[in-house]
Design a protein around this ligand. Structure first.
Ligand code: DX5
Ligand code: ZN
Length: 218
C-alpha cells in the first residue's frame, strides 16, 4: 500500500517544507491536483509549480488532471516532472489516444473514474492504462465527505483486474482518513490519496503511521 498526500491541503506559503515533511513522515508518492476552473469549479496550479515541486522531492509525482484539455497540457506536466498522469475520460476526445500519448512521453497513464461513472464505461481502457484512479468524492475540492458507495465498485475493479491479469494499480482519492482507510484498502485500493486527512493533522508521521498500521491487518 502506498500513501500519496495531496498537496492541495498543504500550506502553500511553505510548500517545500510541507512536501519534505510528508516525505520524511513516510509518504510514498505526492498527489498533485490540477484544476482549471472549467472542468471543476476550482483553480489550483500549473506546470510551473510542478517543476518547482519536482526539485524538492524524490517522491513520484502523481499528477491528477481535472482540466478540460488534458491532451494539450499533459505533455507540459510530464516535461515538468510528472511520473503519473491521470485523466478523466470525459475530457478526452479519444481517451485511448490520450493514455497512449502519456505513455509515449515517458509517464505512466491513469484513468480517473468519477463516483457516478460505472466500471463498464472505463473497461475499454484497461489495456491502455497503468492505473485506475477511483474517485471517492466528486472532483473539485479537498475536504469533502467520503462516498461509501464507491467501495463495491473498487472491489469489482480489483476482481476484474485480477481475473483478466491486467497490470493495473488501483488508487482511491477523496475523503480518506485514518478512520476509513482500512475499508478502502480491503476493497482493493493500493495507492491511497489523502489531503486534509494528512495535512490538517498536527503530526504527519503519526498520521501516516496510523494509516499504515490500520491497513496491516489486511
Ligand atoms: C478532489 C481531489 C482530491 C482531494 C483530496 O478533487 O482530486 O485529491 O484533494 O483531498 P481530501 O483527502 O481532503 O478529500
Ligand atoms: Zn486528486
Amino acid at each position: 500500500m502506498k500513501i500519496a498526500p495531496s498537496i492541495l491541503s498543504a500550506d502553500f506559503s511553505r510548500l517545500r517544507d510541507e512536501i519534505q515533511a510528508v516525505e520524511s513522515a513516510g509518504a510514498d508518492w505526492l498527489h498533485v491536483d490540477i484544476m482549471d476552473g472549467h472542468y471543476v469549479p476550482n483553480i489550483t496550479i500549473g506546470p510551473v509549480v510542478v517543476e518547482s515541486v519536482r526539485k524538492v522531492t524524490r517522491m513520484p509525482l502523481d499528477v491528477h488532471l481535472m482540466i478540460t484539455d488534458p491532451d494539450k497540457y499533459a505533455p507540459e506536466f510530464i516535461k515538468a516532472g510528472a511520473d503519473w498522469v491521470s485523466v478523466h475520460p470525459d475530457t478526452c476526445k479519444d481517451p485511448v489516444k490520450s493514455l497512449e500519448r502519456i505513455r509515449e512521453l515517458g509517464a505512466k497513464a491513469s484513468v480517473a473514474v468519477n463516483p457516478d461513472v460505472p466500471l463498464e464505461k472505463v473497461e475499454p481502457y484497461f489495456g491502455h492504462t497503468d492505473m485506475l484512479l477511483m474517485m471517492t468524492v466528486f472532483p473539485g475540492f479537498a475536504g469533502q465527505a467520503f462516498i461509501e458507495e464507491v467501495l463495491p465498485k473498487i472491489e469489482r475493479a480489483r476482481k476484474l483486474i485480477v481475473e483478466r491479469k491486467f497490470p493495473i494499480l488501483i488508487e482511491a482519492d477523496g475523503g480518506i482518513k485514518t478512520d476509513n482507510i482500512d475499508r478502502v484498502v480491503r476493497s482493493g485500493a493500493e495507492v491511497i490519496v489523502s489531503g486534509s486527512g494528512i495535512f490538517k493533522t498536527p503530526d504527519y508521521a503519526a498520521t501516516i503511521r496510523k494509516m499504515k498500521e490500520a491497513t496491516n491487518s489486511r
